[in-house]
Design a protein around this ligand. Structure first.
Ligand code: HEA
Ligand code: HEM
Ligand SMILES: [Cu+2]
Length: 656
C-alpha cells in the first residue's frame, strides 16, 4: 500500500529538483498566508462581492493587470534562471531537461499570460472611458473572459508543481509535442491551459469590437476616435480572425495525443508541416495583436506630452489596419528553411518586408508629432522615447531576417532571439509600461512616484541593451537558440556573461517598479484634478478614479481630442456646454456565474490532463449547468437613481 502511494506521489508531484521543492513550499506557504489573512480580516465576503463577481470593466481591468504583473514576475524569474545557466560555459546549474521546460514556460507565459492579459487590462481600464461609454458591450462576457484567462493560466502554471512542465518550446512543434516524444502530462497542461484562456481571448476580441463600433459617445465618428481606440479595434479584428486557428490546431494536437489520431505524425499519413503552418497562421498575427495596442498607447502619449495634435491621423489609421491585414500573409517567414521552394519563400519575404512601410509611417508620425512640440519628460513619455530607437533596431533586424536566403544563416540563432526580444520588450513591454504609468492616476486616483520611475526606466533600458545587443553577435558567431550549455572553446562566454548581467539589470528595473508602486501607495500623491497630464481625450474629463457609472451624463464628442478642444474653448472665455439633466443610469448586475463556470472549465481541463474522465465529465457538466442557469437569469440589470448620482458626483467633484 505504502509503495503504491509512493509511486503515485512520485508521478503526481515533480520530485528530485531542489528548485521545484523550494517553489512548492513557497507556493504552499503563500496560499496559507492569503487564506488566513482573508479569514482573519473577515474579507471573504468583500472579495466575492466586490471582485470575484464584478462585471465592472474597471475592476476587471485591475484584476487583469495584477494577474499579468504576477506572470511577468514568474516569466522574469524563468528568464533569469536561463541567463544564469548560460552565463558561463559547461554550467550545471540547470539540467538540459529543466532548461527545455523553462524556455517553454517562459515563452508561453510572457506572450499568453503576461502580454495578452496586460493588454486586455489596458483595454478594460481605458476603452469605455475613452469613447464615453458606461461599460463594455457585454459586461457578463467580459467577466467570463477574465475568469477563463485566469483559470487557464492557473492550469498552465500548475504543471510546474504537479506532473511536470511542458518542454517542447512555446509553439509545441510535433513530433516533439506528440505522445511518442512527450509522454508526460506537461504537454496536456499546455494544450488545456491555452485552450481555456484562448476562448477568453476570443470573447474579449468580440466584446471590444462591438463596444467600439456600437457604444461610442454621440458625435464620435469612426475617423474621430482616439488612436488607442483605433489600435484596439485593429488588434481585436486580428484576434477574432487568428484565435480560431489556434483553437483548432490545439484541438487537433489533443486528438492526436488523446485518441491516437495522426493529423501531425508521419506514420498514419499525417504531416507535422501542417501543424507548423497552422500554428504560425495564428502565431505571426499574434505578435502584431500584442504590439498594435502599444502603438496606440505611444500615439496618445506622444500627443499629450508634446501638447500637439497627433501628426498624420489618417495615415496612422491606415497603417494600423494594413498591418492587421498583412499580418495574415507572412506566416511562412518562420520556416523559410523548411523547403517550400524559392517562389513560396519569395512571396512571404515580400509580404513581410511590406509591413516595414506602414510601421515606418507610424514612427515618422510620432517623430513629427514631437517636432516643435512643448515636450515634457515625465515617465510615460520617457518610455515612449525609449521605445522608438529600440523598436526601430528590432524592426530592422526583422527585415534582415525576412531576406529568405540570409535567414538560412540567421534562423534559430541568437540573432533571432535578439530580434524578437527587442520588439517584444522594446515594443510591447515598454508600451504597456508607458500605458500603465499614463493611466495609473485615472485608475487609482494617485500618481506613481516619478523619481523611482526614472530609476526603473534607466535600469530597464540599459539592462535591455546590455542583455540583447551581444546576442546579435552571438547569433552571427553561430550560437543557436535553445541550447542549455556550450563549451569554453566556442569563444562565446564573454558575450554571454555580459548578456546575463544585462538580464539581471532588467530584473533590478522590475524591482524598482515594485518599490515605486509600494512607495506611491504609502505616500499617496492624490490626483484631485482628474487630468494630471493635460490630457486630450474623454477619460480625462471625469474625476479619478472614475465613478462606477463613468459618465453622469453621456459626453458629446464632435471633434478629435474632444476634451482638449473643450479646455481650449473654456480658456478662450467660452462657456461650458449645457449639461443635460440627470437620469437614472442603467447598469449591469454582478454575477458569480463566470467565476463558477470557469472553475468548472478548470476542473474539466485538469481531468483531461490526467486522463481522468471521472473528473473531466463532471467538469463539463458543470460548465453546461452554468450556461443553463445563466439563460434563466432574467434580472441582469439595475438602475442607479438620480439622488445617488448627485451624491457621487458631489463627492468626486473635480477641484480645478
Ligand atoms: C511584437 C512582436 C514582433 C514584432 C513587432 C515583429 C516584427 C517583425 N518581425 Fe519578428 N518575430 C517575433 C516577434 C515580432 N516580430 C517573434 C516572437 C519571432 C520568433 C518566434 C520564434 O521563432 O519563437 C519573430 C521572428 C521573425 C522572423 C523569423 C525568423 C526565423 O525564424 O528565422 C522574421 C523573418 O522574416 C521576422 C520578421 C519581422 C519583421 C520584418 C517585422 C516588422 O514588422 C518590423 C517592422 C519595423 C521596422 C522595419 C522598423 C521601423 C521602420 C522604419 C523606421 C522605416 C524604414 C525601414 C525600412 C523601409 C526597412 N520576425
Ligand atoms: C526580462 C527580460 C527577458 C530575458 C532576460 C529573457 C530571456 C530569454 C531567454 C534566455 C530565452 C531562451 C533562449 C533560448 O535558449 O533559446 C528566451 C526565450 C523566449 N522569450 Fe524571453 N526574456 C525576457 C523577456 C521576454 C518577454 C517580455 C517576452 C514576451 C513578451 C519574451 C518571450 C520569449 C519567447 C517567446 C521565447 C522563446 C521560447 C522558446 O524558444 O520556446 N521574453 N527569453
Ligand atoms: Cu512572424
Amino acid at each position: 500500500m505504502l509503495d503504491k502511494i509512493k509511486d503515485f506521489a512520485s508521478e503526481f508531484f515533480v520530485t528530485g529538483d531542489p528548485l521545484i521543492y523550494g517553489a512548492d513550499v513557497s507556493i504552499g506557504l503563500t496560499i496559507i498566508a492569503v487564506v488566513s489573512a482573508l479569514t482573519f480580516f473577515k474579507k471573504w465576503n468583500w472579495l466575492w462581492k466586490e471582485w470575484l463577481t464584478t462585471v465592472d470593466h474597471k475592476k476587471i481591468g485591475i484584476m487583469y493587470v495584477i494577474a499579468s504583473l504576477l506572470m511577468l514576475f514568474r516569466g522574469g524569474v524563468d528568464a533569469l534562471l536561463m541567463r544564469t545557466q548560460l552565463a558561463i560555459p559547461d554550467s550545471e546549474f540547470l539540467s538540459p531537461e529543466h532548461y527545455n521546460q523553462i524556455f517553454t514556460t517562459h515563452g508561453v507565459i510572457m506572450i499568453l499570460f503576461m502580454a495578452m492579459p496586460l493588454m486586455f487590462g489596458l483595454f478594460n481600464l481605458v476603452i469605455p472611458l475613452q469613447i464615453g461609454a458606461r461599460d463594455v458591450a457585454y459586461p457578463f462576457l467580459n467577466s467570463l473572459s477574465f475568469w477563463l484567462f485566469f483559470f487557464g493560466a492557473m492550469l498552465f502554471n500548475m504543471s510546474f508543481v504537479i506532473g511536470g512542465s511542458p518542454d517542447a518550446g512555446w509553439l509545441a512543434y510535433p513530433p516533439l509535442s506528440e505522445l511518442s516524444h512527450s509522454p508526460g502530462v506537461g504537454q496536456d497542461f499546455y494544450i488545456w491551459g491555452i485552450q481555456i484562456s484562448g476562448i477568453g481571448s476570443l470573447m474579449t476580441g468580440i466584446n471590444f469590437i462591438v463596444t467600439i463600433l456600437k457604444m461610442r459617445a454621440p458625435g464620435m465618428k469612426l475617423m474621430k476616435m482616439p488612436m488607442f481606440t483605433w489600435s484596439v479595434l485593429s488588434s481585436c479584428l486580428t484576434i477574432i480572425l487568428a484565435f480560431p486557428i489556434l483553437t483548432v490546431t490545439l484541438a487537433l494536437l489533443f486528438i492526436d495525443r488523446y485518441l491516437g489520431a495522426h493529423f501531425f505524425t508521419l506514420d498514419g499519413g499525417g504531416n507535422p508541416m501542417m501543424y507548423i503552418n497552422l500554428i504560425w497562421m495564428w502565431g505571426h498575427p499574434e505578435v502584431y495583436i500584442v504590439v498594435l495596442p502599444a502603438f496606440g498607447i505611444f500615439s496618445e502619449i506622444v500627443a499629450t506630452f508634446s501638447k500637439k495634435r497627433l501628426f498624420g491621423y489618417k495615415s496612422m489609421v491606415f497603417a494600423l489596419m494594413s498591418i492587421s491585414a498583412f499580418s495574415f500573409f507572412t506566416w511562412a517567414h518562420h520556416f523559410f528553411t523548411m523547403g517550400s521552394g524559392a517562389s513560396v519563400n519569395a512571396f512571404f519575404a515580400l509580404t513581410t518586408m511590406i509591413i516595414a512601410i506602414p510601421t515606418g509611417v507610424k514612427v515618422f508620425n510620432w517623430l513629427f508629432t514631437m517636432f516643435r512640440g512643448q515636450i515634457t519628460f515625465q515617465t510615460p513619455m520617457l518610455w515612449t522615447i525609449g521605445f522608438i530607437p529600440c523598436f526601430v533596431v528590432g524592426g530592422m533586424t526583422g527585415v534582415l531576417l525576412s531576406v529568405a536566403p540570409a535567414d538560412f544563416q540567421f534562423h534559430n540563432s541568437y540573432f533571432l532571439i535578439a530580434h524578437f526580444h527587442q520588439v517584444l520588450i522594446g515594443g510591447v513591454a515598454f508600451g504597456y509600461f508607458a500605458g500603465l504609468y499614463y493611466w495609473w492616476p485615472k485608475v487609482f486616483g494617485f500618481k506613481l512616484n516619478e523619481k523611482i520611475g526614472k530609476w526603473a526606466f534607466w535600469t530597464w533600458n540599459i539592462g535591455f541593451y546590455v542583455c540583447f545587443m551581444p546576442q546579435y553577435i552571438l547569433g552571427l558567431m553561430g550560437m543557436t537558440r535553445r541550447v542549455s550549455s556550450y563549451g569554453w572553446d566556442k569563444g562565446w562566454w564573454e558575450l554571454n556573461l555580459v548578456s546575463t548581467i544585462g538580464g539581471f539589470l532588467m530584473g533590478i528595473g522590475f524591482l524598482f517598479q515594485v518599490w515605486q508602486i509600494l512607495h506611491s501607495i504609502k505616500f499617496m500623491e492624490r490626483d484631485t484634478t482628474g487630468d494630471p497630464w493635460g490630457g486630450r481625450t474623454l477619460e480625462w474629463s471625469i474625476p479619478s478614479p472614475a465613478p462606477v457609472y463613468n459618465f453622469a451624463t453621456l459626453p458629446h464628442a464632435d471633434e478629435k481630442d474632444p476634451w482638449w478642444e473643450e479646455k481650449l474653448r473654456l480658456a478662450a472665455g467660452g462657456t461650458p456646454k449645457p449639461q443635460p439633466s440627470l437620469e437614472p443610469i442603467h447598469m449591469p448586475k454582478n454575477s458569480g456565474i463566470p467565476f463558477v463556470m470557469s472553475s468548472f472549465f478548470f476542473v474539466a481541463g485538469f481531468g483531461f490532463v490526467f486522463d481522468w474522465l471521472w473528473l473531466a465529465i463532471p467538469g463539463l457538466i458543470g460548465v453546461a449547468a452554468c450556461m443553463l442557469v445563466h439563460s434563466f437569469r432574467y434580472k441582469t440589470d439595475y438602475y442607479i437613481p438620480v439622488d445617488e448620482i448627485k451624491r457621487t458626483e458631489a463627492a468626486a467633484r473635480r477641484v480645478v
